[in-house]
Design a protein around this ligand. Structure first.
Ligand SMILES: NC(=O)c1ccc[n+]([C@@H]2O[C@H](COP(=O)([O-])OP(=O)(O)OC[C@H]3O[C@@H](n4cnc5c(N)ncnc54)[C@H](OP(=O)(O)O)[C@@H]3O)[C@@H](O)[C@H]2O)c1
Length: 322
């Protein structure tokens, strides 16, 4: 079957290890089933994998892709929850120390077929297209958990989203606005800031800009490039919710400011199957839809990877099967 996979790791030139070619069908394990993929969306995670973060060389070649929507062996339209747990694990899936995402230990979703535990399949509602549904399991689920579970942000609060056009950033903006949260964003270009306003942000600022007032919470996936600005932007008692460190993870921690202003630093990773079910219902009931910046046939996936590497995104990049 046609698949997009990592054949080699290169920290500095991630696309050099990317291949689009035939791979064997995924293995059927006990309690697992196979899904025919209709759409799969690209995440920064796929670039990290090609750089060797979370994907050691001894697991290569590895089919990339965390997110998929497709049709299961019984003909049902499904969305695939990407967090794969150890079979003995009970409770919040994201806390299982032996969890992995599709494409870390088991072949990912950038292929004609993907295998997953039956428990990980959720019904795809007819209101969502396969392309829209394929955006939800990683970036959108992560944004949902950051805002509503880990951040517990109430309606009417003001949040700052660092980054305007990324997959998680656009999800934070759309979901935050839908929940009655006042969303401010920073974006690195005029075009990205304008798009954030169209998606529901109340205000959009240049990266690092002084804000009109301090905010209740900051949502940050960027790391080193924005950490100092995030910490400076918080009200006393405010919180920063982080789920990524795209630009590196070694900024000065600003410890004095954190304890003196009694700030909370909260980590957040992916989400549970229950949270994904609630996110899907929210999308259906409230008409919320993922922002998609490009839809490409799987065979042209390299173009999508290159756009993400350049930072040339305006929401999610989705791969489809003709
Ligand atoms: N913990 C988890 O479970 C989890 C889940 C999903 C994602 N993540 C992580 O979160 C990060 C974002 O993922 P994604 O899929 O949303 O990636 P993406 O679509 O490539 O978005 C990248 C985002 O980072 C911002 N950015 C990049 N470089 C920047 C810089 N130098 N200065 C300021 N902003 C910068 C961009 O802002 P502009 O809009 O201004 O370009 C954009 O919003 C990745 O590191 C990913 O691994 C973690």
């Amino acid at each position: 079957m046609l698949a997009v996979y990592a054949a080699a790791i290169d920290r500095d030139d991630p696309l050099s290890g990317l291949r689009i070619d035939d791979r064997p069908d995924p293995e059927a394990r006990d309690g697992w089933t196979t899904v025919t993929v209709k759409a799969a969306s690209l995440n920064h995670h796929d670039l990290w994998s090609l750089r060797g973060v979370g994907l050691p060389e001894d697991r290569l070649p590895m089919i990339l892709g965390c997110d998929a929507a497709g049709v299961d062996a019984d003909g049902n339209e499904v969305i695939v929850h990407s967090v794969i747990n150890d079979p003995s694990w009970h409770g919040d899936e994201t806390l299982d120390p032996r969890r992995s995402l599709l494409s870390e230990r088991f072949p990912g979703t950038f292929a004609e077929r993907v295998a997953a535990p039956r428990w990980n399949l959720l019904p795809k509602p007819p209101e969502l297209s396969f392309e829209q549904a394929a955006c939800l399991p990683t970036a959108w689920l992560t944004a949902y958990r950051m805002l509503f579970t880990r951040g517990a942000i109430p309606p009417g609060a003001t949040i700052l989203v660092q980054g305007a056009a990324g997959g998680v950033a656009t999800a934070l903006t759309v979901l935050g606005a839908a929940a009655g949260i006042r969303v401010w964003v920073t974006g690195r270009s005029e075009e990205k800031r304008a798009q954030a306003l169209e998606l529901g942000a109340d205000q959009a600022f240049e990266a690092g800009a002084r804000l009109p007032e301090r905010v209740d919470a900051v949502m940050d996936t960027t790391g080193q490039a924005t950490w100092a600005h995030s910490i400076r932007s918080l009200k006393p008692g405010g919180k920063i919710v982080i789920s990524g460190a795209t630009t590196g993870d070694a900024p000065p921690a600003d410890l004095t400011r954190i304890f003196f202003l009694q700030l909370s630093v909260i980590g957040s990773t992916m989400g549970t199957r229950d949270e994904l079910a609630r996110l899907i219902r929210l999308c259906v009931d409230k008409g919320v839809r993922p922002a998609i910046s490009a839809t490409l046939p799987l065979a042209e996936a390299r173009e999508g990877f290159a756009a993400m590497l350049r930072g040339d995104t305006a929401g999610k990049i989705v791969f489809t099967h003709p």
